[in-house]
Structure formats: C-alpha cells, structure tokens
Design a protein around this ligand. Structure first.
Ligand code: AMP
Ligand code: ZN
Length: 112
C-alpha cells in the first residue's frame, strides 16, 4: 500500500471531504483551512512536485477545475488565490502535487 496521504484519498483508503471527482482529478476541502474557502485539487496520478510534471493538459485541467469549483461555490466573482507550493522553500508538506484555492476573505501580498 502507498504511504502517500493523497494517494490514499484517491484510493478510498482514508476519508476525504470531497467536492469533485472525475477520472483525472480529485478536489476536497483542506483539513486546516487558511481562509473561509480553502480547497485542494490534485491529480489522481502520484506526481511528487511541480518539477516532476510535463503534462500540460493535466496541469490545465487542474487549474480549470479550481475555477469551476470557485464558481460553483459562489466566490469566484469576489476573487480567490491559487497556490502550488513546490519543495521545501516553497512550503510543500505533502509530496503529491496539489493546487490550493483560497477565497472568502481579502488576501494580502506578498505571502510570508
Ligand atoms: P502543502 O503545504 O502545500 O503541501 O499543503 C498540504 C495541505 O494539505 C495543507 O494545507 C494541509 O492542511 C492539507 N492536508 C493535510 N492533510 C489533509 C487531510 N487529511 N485532508 C485534507 N487536507 C489535508
Ligand atoms: Zn500520491
């Protein structure tokens, strides 16, 4: 069995607060939300970091999934932020790529 947390979610081996799923991607609420809306979109395939993907179609689909969900949840017009942390200095803690979507409050720039 995999020891990747997000693969376990994809496989149904650990609970997930799911928002959306299709054959390529899974979206779910972040367990430790940093904004009123905070969800993650992941590929079903195990890809460790942004440095390890060259599939432009899949990257595009991940991004479009974020905007579709933000629109469905009703905060797209107010605005939101999409973040992908890469490796240690980028703040990545789960090594299965994911897009963060944060919304529902005014976000500051630059991030810390
Ligand atoms: P990152 O630091 O960019 O790798 O982000 C990992 C994210 O995964 C963090 O925002 C965590 O709160 C989130 N996370 C960790 N475990 C879970 C879980 N079991 N369900 C949902 N989100 C999680
Ligand atoms: Zn994985």
């Amino acid at each position: 069995m995999t020891d990747c947390l997000f693969c376990k979610m994809v496989n149904g081996d650990t609970p997930v607060n799911k928002i959306y799923e299709d054959e390529d991607v899974l979206a779910f609420h972040d367990i430790n939300p940093q904004a009123p809306h905070h969800f993650l979109v992941i590929p079903k395939a195990h890809i460790k970091t942004l440095n390890d993907i060259d599939d432009a179609k899949l990257l595009g689909k991940l991004t479009l999934t974020v905007s579709n969900i933000a629109q469905d949840l009703g905060f797209a017009d107010e605005g939101y932020r999409v973040v992908m942390n890469c490796n240690e200095q980028g703040g990545q803690t789960v090594y299965h790529i994911h897009l963060h979507c944060l919304g529902g409050r005014a976000l500051t720039w630059p991030p810390g």
